[in-house]
Design a protein around this ligand. Structure first.
Ligand code: FE2
Length: 382
């Protein structure tokens, strides 16, 4: 369906030729073609907006940040009270924040995504959480608009507008294509940089493995090392290099999909090995700071670590807030053998915490289940 839509949207416009000249085909991108339509739609529609949310004061010394992903707008919203009870100073909502592609009928106005945001905004549990805890958000495929989609999703400009409107994105984010952003919070010596990467808007198409009758147990994409393939796109790569050159004491780098693991063939940076190495190399060249990666997407959570460039790099995957598939930790862990994973993978409802002990110069990442119990935890210095 996606390629048919793309073809329909990427029509060729013919420039009017002067007398005696042959008509010249001018290629128009879907973004250009759809821009006037979206302008008109925006003027006409009531755009869904999340409940008011306090700003994070720039002078705040951060000691606890929470993270979560994969929240279905039609499922129970009981996790919000639990996350709030942990008293985080900031909550990172890192993708599949709603499932807006569920029931999508292919319309360019993305009515199902708009309805998903409206439903999410209507939950009092979510509004109460929003009233208490500052939030920052980035998207994954289901709030980008289409399962496993990247740059070739023709309606990405509109899903970007919906995202930025709902979450009240900064003017800087609204002004550029994509939803990536970075903030540095805290006084010198206790500065935390939070970098939210956009792994959707610019991402090359995925390489699919050969079709089989049986569903592949660990995903159907193949690593694609093509030199023209990208995850972040040129502008975001340049921006990231500049952000990592800024002074900070701790950096939290968020990718909606997993970074370190290469053990599965679902979505993740493993789909683009050269881009994954480029990211790890670039992180290695950052201005000195503590570092932890956060990711979601998997409907399971866990802690990962690898050695790269003489450094141990850690990642906490937290997913999902309210969309599990009834798997058990034992079964999921046995199926997905992964040397990069520290302990089991937890396919149960969860959220994550990053605790910063400034005195001990130690970071603790914790995966918390829906009873408040810690499913996994790791402490490391910087
Ligand atoms: Fe996802």
């Amino acid at each position: 369906m996606r390629s048919a839509l793309f073809t329909a949207a990427a029509l060729l416009a013919c420039a009017m030729p002067a007398w005696g000249q042959t008509p010249q085909a001018v290629e128009v991108t879907p973004d250009q073609l759809l821009a006037p339509y979206y302008e008109a739609l925006r003027a006409k529609l009531d755009m869904p907006v999340a409940a008011p949310n306090p700003a994070l004061a720039p002078a705040t010394t951060l000691t606890r940040i929470a993270v979560g992903s994969c929240n279905h707008q039609s499922a129970s919203q009981h996790m919000w009270a639990q996350v709030a009870a942990a008293n985080p100073q900031l909550f990172l909502m890192i993708g599949d924040n709603v499932y807006g592609d569920a029931g999508w009928d292919g319309d360019a106005g993305l009515a199902s995504l708009r309805a998903a945001y409206a439903r999410q905004a209507s939950h009092p549990e979510f509004a109460e959480f929003r009233a208490k805890v500052p939030m920052q958000a980035v998207w994954d495929d289901h709030d980008f608009g289409f399962n496993d989609a990247g740059a070739s999703f023709p309606f990405r400009r509109w899903s970007e507008t919906l995202f930025e409107t709902f979450w009240g994105s900064s003017e800087a984010v609204k002004a550029r294509p994509g939803v990536y952003q970075s903030t540095i919070t805290g006084p010198e010596g206790k500065r935390v940089q939070v970098i939210l990467l956009d792994t959707r808007f610019f991402r090359s198409d995925l390489k699919r493995g050969p079709w089989t009758r049986d569903r592949q147990p660990l995903g159907s994409y193949l690593p694609d090392a093509g030199a023209d393939k990208t995850v972040l796109g040129d502008a975001q790569w340049a921006w990231l290099a500049a952000e990592l050159a800024k002074p900070a004491d701790v950096r939290i780098v968020v990718s909606s999909t997993q970074v370190l693991t290469t053990a599965h063939q679902f979505e993740g940076w493993t789909n683009f090995p050269a881009e994954r190495t480029r990211l790890l190399d670039l992180l290695g060249r950052r201005e000195p700071s503590g570092l932890v990666l956060l990711s979601g997407d998997r409907h399971a959570g866990g802690i990962y670590q690898i050695e790269h460039g003489g450094e141990t790099i850690r990642e906490l995957t937290s997913s999902s807030l309210n969309l599990t598939f009834g798997d058990t930790t034992e079964r999921a862990s046995a199926r997905e053998v992964d040397p990069a994973r520290v302990g089991p993978i937890h396919p149960v409802e969860n959220y994550g915490l990053v605790d910063i002990d400034w005195k001990a110069r130690a970071l603790t990442v914790t995966l918390k289940g829906n009873t408040g119990a810690a499913l996994a935890s790791q402490t490391f210095g910087w």
